[in-house]
Structures are given as C-alpha cells and as structure tokens.
Design a protein. Structure first.
Lengths: 165, 150
C-alpha cells in the first residue's frame, strides 16, 4: 500500500514537472526591434573587419590568439578587444546602460568561464565566429558547431531550471 | 591604420551586443529555455547580423585581398571532427550555465559589475589551459616521432 502510494506520488510529481515544462513565450522580455538593430550593428562591425582588415570577427579566436602571440599579429587583436571592452563606456555617454540580470553565483561563473574558454578554443569558435561569420559563409563545419553548442545550451538550461531547479 | 579600424570594429561590435540584449545573461538563458518562458529575441540578433554578413562574404569571396590590400584570412578548415563537436559541447554548456559567451562578457567588463570580470578571468584561464594542453600534445608528438627516428 505504501509502495503504491509512493509510486502514485512520483507519477504525480512527474506529471506536474511536465505541466511546468510546456513552452510559453516571454512577451514582456521580447525585444525584436532592438535585437535586430543590435544584430545589424554586429553585422556592420564584422563587415568592417573583413572588408578593411581581411579578418574574421570571431571573438574567442581574436582573444585566444593573444595567448599565442606572433609578430605583427598582436596589435589589431588588442585594439579590437579594447573596442569591445570600451563599448559600455561609449554607450554610457549617449544613454544609460540597460539593466541586466546575472543569476549565476561565483562558483557557476568560474565553472562556466572555464568551459567557455576551453570549449571555444577546442571548437575553434563561438557564437560570433561560427554562429554569425560561419553561417554567413555557408560553412557546414560552422553549422555543425552552431547546432552543437545551441543544443548543449538548451540541454544545460533545461537541466538547471527544470530538473535540478 | 588596421589598428584604428580594428578598434572601431570592436567598439561597434560591443555597442551592437549591448543594444541587442546579448549582454543580459537572463535574456540569453531566456532564449535557451525552450521548456520555460521562452524569449525568442536573440534569434533576431543572429538574423540581423547574417542579413549584412551574407552579401559581404559573397563579395569578399570573389577577391584575394581586403579593400585596403590586407591579405584575406578566411578559415579553410572544413573538418567536422571530435575536437569541433567536443569543444562546441563544452562551450554550449558553459554558455547555458552563466548566459555569457565571449563577446558579451568582454563588452560587460566596464559596467561596474564584478561578475563579468570573474567570468572573463575564468574564460582566459580556460583558454590558457587549452594552450598548455596543445603544447604538451605537440611536445609528446615530437618525442614520439624522434623515438621512431622520423
């Protein structure tokens, strides 16, 4: 009897998890126009770097290349990274920065940072290099990488929010 | 010249990340949360960027040099191997955990919050570990081939 009761409880719990898990759209946080505008700006920056410097704007590659410095290949990387780092300061001159929510605590940030650093170098790229540049170049290798890291991101958020959370 | 254009490109890239919402980790994890309250915004970031990039890469693909005469450095690797997939899996897991990928983390360093700083230090450490492992593997390969008398 107790066994039956506990099994029934487990089934009910499973059902309620499934109920929580059906998809809804976050209309309050949905910002198609500013996201599209930001995407166009990112596109413009990538275009400048390939058209003028002949370089692909993959952030992890540009940053990682600084840890393997070779002559004549350092300063443009430093300049690009400096531009990225200075962006909030430049944005702040014109408008106040959008508020952000960082849910991750210290241990999560450290583990995530290590995974992102190691993974982007082994996988030769991140959201910018594979996701934007690679897909625009119709690279099958980049498509495979993008599908893989997106899938890993979906699974990770699912596990953290709906299985453990 | 190339240093100035790289600085401007970096600046525009970073401002684009801020405008798009990519520097808000909650928005990123909202996009990755298919089973919850899904926020599709970030698909529009990618669409916007690709809208410009697709014709640009078509154009540059017909040339041997950049517009300023710099050599074009386009990736030539087409392999889909274990390295690529394993790396992308690790990256995606880290991305989902914190909601930061490399660009937005760098473009959040001067916002006053210590969290992106901490993430970036760990990310650089991860990249340094990669360099060390690569060097160890290369040294091992050299020893193995000299032992064989290659």
């Amino acid at each position: 009897m107790m066994l039956l009761a506990s099994r029934r409880g487990r089934i009910l719990r499973t059902l309620s998890i499934q109920e929580d898990n059906h998809m809804t759209i976050d209309w309050a946080g949905f910002t198609p126009w500013t996201s599209l505008a930001g995407g166009l700006l990112i596109g413009l920056a990538v275009a400048l770097l390939i058209l003028l410097n002949g370089r692909i704007a993959g952030i992890s590659g540009i940053l990682g290349g600084l840890l393997r410095p070779s002559k004549g290949d350092v300063f443009w990387r430093v300049a690009f990274v400096a531009g990225l780092i200075g962006a909030p300061l430049a944005y702040g001159l014109a408008a106040s920065l959008p508020t952000v929510t960082i849910e991750a605590g210290t241990p999560t940030l450290i583990i995530a940072g290590l995974l992102v650093g190691l993974g982007t170098r082994y996988g030769s790229g991140c959201t910018s290099g594979h996701g934007v540049c690679g897909l625009s170049r119709l690279s099958v290798r980049s498509l495979a990488a993008t599908i893989t890291f997106m899938a890993a991101g979906f699974v990770t958020v699912f596990v953290v929010r709906h299985v453990l959370g | 010249m190339h240093i100035v254009t790289a600085l401007i490109a970096g600046l525009i890239f970073g401002i684009g990340l801020i405008v798009s919402g990519m520097t808000d980790p909650a928005k990123v994890t909202g996009f990755l949360d298919l089973a919850g309250n899904w926020n599709p915004s970030l698909a529009f970031v990618m669409a916007g960027a690709i809208l410009i990039e697709f014709p640009v890469f078509r154009f540059i693909g017909t040339r041997k040099q950049s517009l300023t005469g710099a050599p074009l450095r386009l990736p030539t690797d087409t392999r889909i191997d274990r390295r690529l997939i394993a790396g992308a899996l690790l990256f995606g897991a880290g991305w989902g955990l914190a909601g930061y990928c490399p660009g937005p983390a760098l473009a959040s360093l001067t916002t006053g919050s210590m969290k992106p700083v901490l993430f970036t230090i760990a990310m650089l450490a991860g990249m340094a570990i990669f360099e060390i492992l690569e060097r160890v593997a290369a040294a091992r390969k050299r020893t193995a081939s000299s032992a064989r008398g290659d």
